[in-house]
Design a protein around this ligand. Sequence first.
Ligand code: NAP
Length: 313
Amino acid sequence: MESIGVLMTCEMHGELEEKLASRFKLFKLWNYPSFQAFSKTHANSIRALVVNTKLGADVNTIDSFPNLEIVSTYSVGLDHIDLKKCKEKGIRVSNTPDVLTDDVADQAIALALAVFRKIPQSDRFVKTAMWTSDYPLTTKFSGKAVGIVGLGRIGSAIAKRAAAFGCPISYHSRSEKPEAGPYKYYPNILDLAANSQVLIVACSLNEQTYHIVNRNVIDALGPEGVIVNIGRGKHIDEPELVSALVEGRLGGAGLDVFENEPNVPEELLGLENVVLTPHVGSDTVETCNDMADLVVANLEAHFLGKPLLTPVL
Ligand code: NAP
């Protein structure tokens, strides 16, 4: 295996780099002056790509490596990979589902609690010695009507957690889930938003879910409503979200993902009803180690002619 060329498109978890380097001939794209400079000399050596949400595999990348056999993404989301092109060329694709589900669901609940209970603001209040008077009252999260967009692995884990807070759960997905028991299904996201106090976005990003949260959905949620997004930034029409928050047409937002990461709209930075995290939903040591193991195990399985552990294609 040591002679098999594997290219990482950008820096990821240190342990992933170490594991890949100990098993394969690892190339790190960021050590080269440009993609063109790298592919000019090494294009024929690359049989596997390891990508993530920051730098994926578009048509140009895929076409640049004539001997490419597999793309293994250090993520569960697939929106940064041209799956159609991979399928056309018979290139395998694997991702890292399940191992990150708990962390991302935890982050969604943490964001909801942080917005309603103003955790970052009250932390600043104590640390900056402002505790000379009582802190203003905040808003209760327990019992709020929670609407989940995308009742997949992560959406279901969020539902389980929110239910433990006494929140009635509703959801919108492409199809109704018979296993979702008491959760109410809305075939239309507008109806979900109109009947929710907290809207949590947890679906995958595709052509149909691009800007699935638009002005109408935001207005249906209303001035007391809160949006939490741990899916992808492109699920929400960001300028519409910003103006709704600025104009008080939306109550608050907890956002882990943004349309043009790492750029965040300036207006969001000064808003007290908004809590922002830098796309860290799955970023715990434990989960990142598990994700790294899965990336490596998929590559090993492929090159040993065994079935992939978590195949996409
Ligand atoms: P999953 O199990 O595949 O669930 C995806 C969900 O999206 C399904 O419920 C699916 O509904 C729904 N969906 C897809 N297309 C839809 C559409 N057109 N309309 C409505 N719903 C639609 O994936 P997962 O493991 O839960 O992950 C979900 C997403 O979370 C990932 O794709 C990724 O973008 C994001 N994520 C973010 C972080 C972070 O750090 N913030 C970390 C990991 C993942 P059906 O079941 O009805 O098809």
